[in-house]
Design a protein around this ligand. Sequence first.
Ligand code: P71
Length: 469
Amino acid sequence: MRFPAEPFRIKVVEPLRRVDREEREKLIREAGLNIFAVPADSIYVDLLTDSGTSAMSDRQWAGLMVGDESYAGSRNFFHFESTVREIFGYRHVIPTHQGRMAENLLFSTVLKAGDTVPNNIHFDTTRANIEHQSAEAVDLVIDEGLDPTVIHPFKGNLDPQKLDRVLGELGKGRVPLVMITVTNNSGGGQPVSLANIRAVREVCTRHGVPLFFDACRFAENCWFIKEREPGQSERSILEIAREMFSYGDGCTMSAKKDGLVNIGGFLALNNAEWAERITNLLILVEGFPTYGGLAGRDLEGMAIGLREVLDEDYLCFRIGQVTHLGDLLDQAGVPIVKPVGGHAVYLDARRFLPNVPQPQYPGQALVVALYREFGIRAVEVGSLMFAHRDPRTGQMVYPRLELVRLAIPRRVYTTEHIRYVAESVIALYRERERLRGMRITYEAPVLRHFTARLEELNESETAHTVQKT
Ligand code: P71
């Protein structure tokens, strides 16, 4: 057997509306060829993100009914707090409404202008929150982590030598903390090994700098450790997680991923002085310390979800489903980023559409075609999201990678849905010569991909250099 069947059965269903091609064509045109502006109930399989899109279990739904909505001292907070302490091992547990608020509270408390925060690769919100403090976010992933064709078991590893150099140059006075993102979302959902985390810890200890985790997809990372790291196969996910977090001093968490909830997050840490300052800020901007920005029932959902995510049958199915999609595409010759990560499959738009040059947004051309032809929503992670004008030279700078992410929500789609997605992408690949590039007709000054409007180029404006395979 290639991978296990769904380790759950379905008790509640959410009907999906089938919208015909004609209506999809109309909707995507009205949306200015921007998939963020298409109403979600006109989408058949929605792979925009794995964040906040999980299906909760019957136990989590039951947990919502025992939500204690007291302003202070809700029993759900104590359940949540003891769960976080048991898995993550950090003393102070501060609930927030989602991950970026945990980042904001941490960085606005511990960073000063001119500081630097190293990471394997910072996620966008982490980078933005660091830069918001006039500090610098630096990415120190191993070189293999930047090449979409290199096979390596732990492509998310942070390079300890690069870190040693940065800490040697700047010292602890300029680097208040080091971060590791597990799994490394911006690098394709690639895992980090325990051996690497130990090596990073050793460098941090030598320089006297604390280590924090961006723990969004921690259980998926632990599954890869169990599968791929020598000597780990007999250990439980909980044991691996506890060891992993024991090398750190704290973490930020968006529970919208491996917390298996639709909203929620937290910050957990050992430093009592930082915790006190952060808690005071929390009361000012988010809420009382026993609820953060959440309802009591949300805390209960998180407490239960954080335990369910450690279940090996669940993780085996989850990672297997994502791998299965990658394998189906790879076997058909569709260019993807390899190896497949934990939460998403990434199409390599440069190799998929060699006839569409990067300034004509090949990734977005794929996203639009996947919706128009098949009702599937993916997201472009390429020139629409990242290309920008260099303020000094006035030239456009294009990102190295031109990708389309197919992120798989947790426990939501069946294997038949996955096959539908694979067959659709393969059919599109066979027809790829028909796809056209695009141009932007409206863009906002920052984060333009969320609201940009585009139009398709006509035949004569598209360069035709496609090689027949
Ligand atoms: C993802 C997201 C959600 C997202 C956020 C912003 C723009 C588009 C999509 C969120 C992450 C993440 C990591 C590693 C922190 C956050 C923020 N990812 N760290 O991949 O992946 O968490 O959304 O709860 O604030 O689609 P938050």
